[in-house]
Design a protein around this ligand. Structure first.
Ligand code: PAF
Length: 279
């Protein structure tokens, strides 16, 4: 595995790969890698000649200073896991390499209304930062294929919009959510849960499963009410949103097809998101 810390190093390595007609599959990450990230690397490996993974904790997408400060950094372990997963190139740039003109963000709103809902509404500025970093990374790596996890479903929609908006020739792939054995969606933030919060966090997937299992037996409104009630029994859980919406545009729908159920909760001090595709 080749480690590149600068854009010029990465460009030199990737130009050589592209000159021999190799396709580039790209998995952008913020590190603290878990099985969800590694499954994206494995999927990228199946479809591309060269897999590039970036590790960069992007300051512009954190709407809370404390979240950025507490974001887990496990670079040595990340490099080991990527090498074991046969990643070909890892890009670990500094902040000044990525943002030579300072931490300026471009507006995500140009990508459409999906950027203003749910995560966009609860984390002001978050998608501006995601838009900025992904446009920058796509310009640097110039990948043929990109891989993102379904756990950040709204981010996946943003990436599709970004590719279309800038007319990039990039194929988008969404990898399924990888879960712990008790159903909790894998997330780099899970390590920050206390033992008690970690136990209660399993209620999130239980609530989503109630909705999925009964999707054709009840109305969405009733199912959401049942799931809410179950979650609200746990004082550590504070729901931010729990909605079943159209999976293309995130708008309210009465349809039973092409729906996604999105949830965000604060579990103690840690904010967790999850979703299921319906039916
Ligand atoms: O999903 C993430 O880890 C980040 O939002 C991403 C896509 C790497 C951009 O910083």
């Amino acid at each position: 595995m080749i480690l590149c810390k600068t854009i010029s190093d990465l460009t030199r390595v990737l130009n050589a790969k592209k000159a021999s007609n190799q396709t580039i599959g790209f998995v952008p990450t913020m590190g603290a890698l878990h099985a969800g990230h590694l499954s994206l690397v494995k999927q990228a490996k199946l479809k591309s000649d060269c897999v590039v993974c970036s590790i960069f904790v992007n300051p512009t997408q954190f709407n809370q200073e404390s979240d950025l400060k507490n974001y887990p950094i496990t670079i040595e372990n990340d490099l080991k896991l990527l090498a074991e997963s046969n990643c070909d190139v890892v890009f670990v740039p500094t902040i000044s390499e990525v943002y030579p003109d300072g931490l300026k963000k471009s507006q995500a709103a140009v990508l459409g209304s999906i950027t203003m809902m749910f995560e966009g509404a609860y984390r002001p500025g978050h998608f501006d930062g995601v838009h900025t970093i992904l446009k920058r990374l796509f310009d640097i790596v110039k990948p043929n294929l990109v891989y993102f996890g379904q756990k950040d479903f709204q981010q996946c929609l943003l990436v599709k919009k970004l590719i279309a908006y800038y007319s990039l020739s990039i194929e988008f792939f969404m990898g399924e959510i990888v879960r712990e054995s008790d159903g909790l969606a894998m997330s780099s933030r899970n390590v920050r849960l206390t033992a008690e919060e970690r136990k209660v966090a399993t209620e999130i997937f239980k609530a989503l499963s109630i909705i999925k299992q009964n999707w054709h037996k009840n109305t969405a409104a009733n199912l959401i009410a049942i799931a809410r009630k179950q979650l609200e029994m746990h004082p550590l859980i504070k729901i931010e949103y729990l909605n079943c919406v159209d999976s293309d545009n995130l708008l309210e729908t009465v349809d039973k097809e092409n729906v996604v159920c999105l949830i965000a909760v604060n579990c103690g001090a840690i904010r967790l998101i999850d979703n299921v595709l319906l039916p």
